[in-house]
Design a protein around this ligand. Sequence first.
Ligand code: TXA
Ligand code: MG
Length: 340
Amino acid sequence: MKTKIFTGKEDLIQAARIINQGGLVAFPTETVYGLGADALNEEAVGKIFQAKGRPGDNPLIVHISRPSEIGQLTSKLSADLVALIDQFWPGPLTFIVKKKPEVPRITTGGLDTVAVRMPDNPLALELISRAGTPIAAPSANLSGRPSPTKASHVREDLDGLIDAIVFGEDCRVGIESTVLDMSQGTPRILRPGVITAEQIEAVIHRKVALDSSLLTENKEEGSLEGQKEDSSAPRAPGMKYTHYAPRAEMIVVEGPRHKVKEEIERLKKVNEKIGNDVGVILFEEQAFIEAAHDFFAKLREMDEKGKDIIFAGALSYRDGVGFAVMNRMLKSAGYNIVRV
Ligand code: TXA
Ligand code: MG
């Protein structure tokens, strides 16, 4: 298949036509690039799983262009949900809600809930609105690879496998949306993102829970203990699969900042001596937003440069954004952690 490259707003008419005909179009959002298909067309959604090599029980996020369109996907909106939509949409916050029967099971990985979000990107909103249908879109990478934050990343992974790519700017946020389960009882964060539990709590005036796959009971403030893999079944099915893995082996070095730097220097030297090409990922202290923005692009850069081994300095996070970046970093490294 020849993948069309669309670069202008005027191309969105064609892109929307492809969606309406059951094809696949990758497009930019503020978080990462998405791989879109008509969310209500089973056959079209099936092609997403095929192109990405994505397991069929990993549900997709459905993207809409106006808050009111959520009514096509779910029937009851709680007061909390309405308040959160008002505050955070368009933006990097996805809600899990009970689905209407019209939403095909293939879109929700067989679940009776659906994930919904209104992205904050003009090209994305125009594409969805022109298509006149909600668009299901996971991140536009091959399953298991780092999420794409530039159009060139999408091309790297999916050229020849999908109908078109809408080339937009590099993604502003750089990590995927916060996923918040609003389908039962206490709202629960299933995947952390740049919209934090504290920000959500400030709007709904009640506690938000973190899914057990993200936290353990004895979590100490700022410690990685809270982000160990957990044997209990995660509620966001996607969280259980290998994620974001660079081709190189990756190791996270955790500890006080100066010690982390020293240890990475030492490990680098030792590894270079035995002929390894070593990559280092070390963000400025407390620069969580920048870390989110750059992290996935850095992983891909390491692959491009053919690094054999990557040492990444753990962020000593004090806020939810740092926590969200560490979630990605630990997954990329397969929970390979050295403590100093
Ligand atoms: O920022 C984002 O969210 C990007 C852009 C393209 O919007 N999309 C994205 O989609 O990251 P994806 O498919 O890579 O991740 C979706 C996550 C997965 O962890 C999936 O398991 C979870 O959301 N999810 C989707 N529907 C769900 C549901 N009904 N119940 C629980 N988790 C769900
Ligand atoms: Mg993904």
